[in-house]
Design a protein around this ligand. Structure first.
Ligand code: NDP
Ligand code: 2IT
Length: 447
């Protein structure tokens, strides 16, 4: 049940955004945490402040025409939802995946607003992308698509306006093509307009690794509060993309034994521990599948086509693929198999029922908007380096990332305590993020 002041706000969100289930889910989860805030500080429920926070500042939807290798004209839809700029320019990734609808981007932009606030850095929230499917497309097709996408998006961007980065289906290659097109169109080497760039053209060290590394730092901090750590623990990671790969790397560095990962076709279990060099070779260089990893790895690996990676018993689970990939039943299985901590590397990977199952079982649970904030935080570090025309060492940048992640953890933990629910990181993240955005919005007048 929602607070009586919040229910009408949620009803309005449902009415005005019909069919956008993921957006409804993300808003509902935040409103669930805000009852205690409006009870303690009624001024946050005044002047339609929460209604304004649930309404994107601007939503851009555009046609992306391009020509495939066979000479046929293809059409995709492009999106940029500029959700909230109270704390800084809109900031958030671009997702290229056939499942992308406006509601997907809206949910991601909404989450991003609170995530970015939690980092304590001067960045607002936004998200964008397209229903373009990069799978099976040639380099040339991907480039032409990126150029066409940027041809429209460019007018909405700027170092002080909106700064996109990568997300599912968008990595350094795509950022490069988009940056190249932006540069041609504007005749400006405006490094700060995109993050996730390559090291020779304005990128930051550690940005590639940042989301996965940061997620592991966050879980490590949660474990430490219970006197535990990664050493000797079994870890299961879903996905095999950017976030998953660097989650695996850092978990292994801390002594964890990562025994499984996945993609949308199935999962691979590797009892002797995932061979990261091999996985990276297959995923990053060959753009292959986890089934290829299993084949190349030989006896120690088992590939389960169509299976759920959450069937694998583990101490620590790090869902790092996509939204709603871990349901209530999966959560009950994980709990039954003795899971101790769950850290969301992806955005909203656990369904609300799964989150409740973990809470009831007292499993440590790090919500995405806190746990995976290391990526965007390092993007903000990239913006800092671009603004000062500087470039920091790996060590310095990673140290800053670690400090930011520990800060986010402690802010969530402390806020949860303040509101009488110690250990409830979901509540802590939602409230701490909300208050920072709300305070800035109050100061800026009716915006
Ligand atoms: P990648 O494109 O690099 O990898 C995505 C991985 O997840 C792939 O293994 C992919 O498998 C799998 N996956 C994607 N969609 C689905 C689906 N519908 N069903 C099953 N598996 C799927 O993306 P990232 O690693 O960058 O992103 C992963 C998650 O992390 C997303 O939720 C993203 O929003 C979030 N995130 C990313 C950040 C970043 O810096 N990149 C920062 C913070 C959060 P397949 O190849 O089969 O599609
Ligand atoms: O979900 C996310 O935080 C990202 N995809 C990263 C955004 C960014 O601007 O680096």
């Amino acid at each position: 049940m929602l607070d009586e002041k919040l229910q009408p706000i949620f009803d309005d969100v449902l009415r005005r955004n019909p069919g956008e289930l993921e957006f409804h889910q993300a808003v509902r989860e935040v409103l669930d945490s805000l009852g205690a805030v409006v009870a303690k500080h009624p001024h946050y429920a005044e002047n339609a402040l929460i209604e304004r926070i649930c309404e994107p500042e601007r939503q851009i939807i555009f046609r992306v025409p391009w020509i495939d290798d066979a000479g046929k004209v293809q059409i995709n839809r492009g999106f940029r939802v500029q959700f909230n700029s109270a704390l800084g320019p809109f900031k958030g990734g671009l997702r290229f995946h056939p499942s992308v609808l406006v509601g997907t981007i809206k949910f991601l932009g909404f989450e991003q607003t609170f995530k970015n606030a939690l980092t304590g850095m001067p960045i607002g929230g936004g998200k964008g992308g397209s229903d373009f499917d990069p799978k099976g497309r040639s380099e040339a097709e991907v480039m032409r698509f990126c150029q066409s996408f940027m041809t429209e998006l460019a007018r909405h961007l700027g170092e002080y306006t909106d700064v996109p980065a990568g997300d599912i289906g968008v990595g350094q290659r795509e950022i490069g093509y988009m940056f190249g097109q932006y540069k041609r169109m504007t005749n400006r080497y405006e490094s700060g307009v995109l993050t996730g760039k390559g090291l020779t053209w304005g990128g930051s060290r550690v940005r590639t690794e940042a989301t996965g590394y940061g997620a592991v730092y966050f879980v490590q901090r949660m474990l430490q509060r219970r006197g535990e750590d990664f050493a000797g623990r079994k870890v299961v990671v879903s996905g095999a993309g950017n976030v998953a790969i660097y989650t695996i790397e850092k978990a292994q560095e801390l002594g964890g034994k990562v025994i499984a990962c996945s993609d949308s076709n199935g999962y691979v279990m590797d009892e002797s521990g995932i061979d990261l060099a091999l996985l990276r070779e297959i995923k990053e260089r060959k753009r292959g599948r986890v089934s290829d990893y299993a084949k190349a790895r030989g006896k120690s690996a088992t590939y389960v086509e169509g299976g759920s990676v959450w069937d694998v018993p583990t101490d620590i689970a790090m869902p790092s693929a996509t939204q709603n990939e871990l349901n209530g039943e999966d959560a009950r299985k994980l709990v039954k198999n003795g899971v101790r901590a769950v850290g969301e590397g992806a955005n909203m990977p656990c369904l609300p029922e799964a989150v409740r199952v973990f809470a009831d079982a007292k499993v440590l649970f790090g919500p995405g908007k806190a746990t995976n904030a290391g990526g965007v935080a390092t993007s903000a570090l990239e913006m800092q380096q671009n603004a000062s025309r500087d470039s920091w060492t790996f060590e310095e940048t990673e140290e800053r990332l670690a400090t930011i992640m520990h800060g986010i953890h402690d802010r969530c933990a402390q806020t949860a305590e303040e509101y009488g629910e110690p250990g409830n990181y979901v509540l802590g993240a939602n409230i701490a993020g909300f208050i920072r955005v709300a305070e800035a919005m109050r100061a800026l007048g009716v915006v």
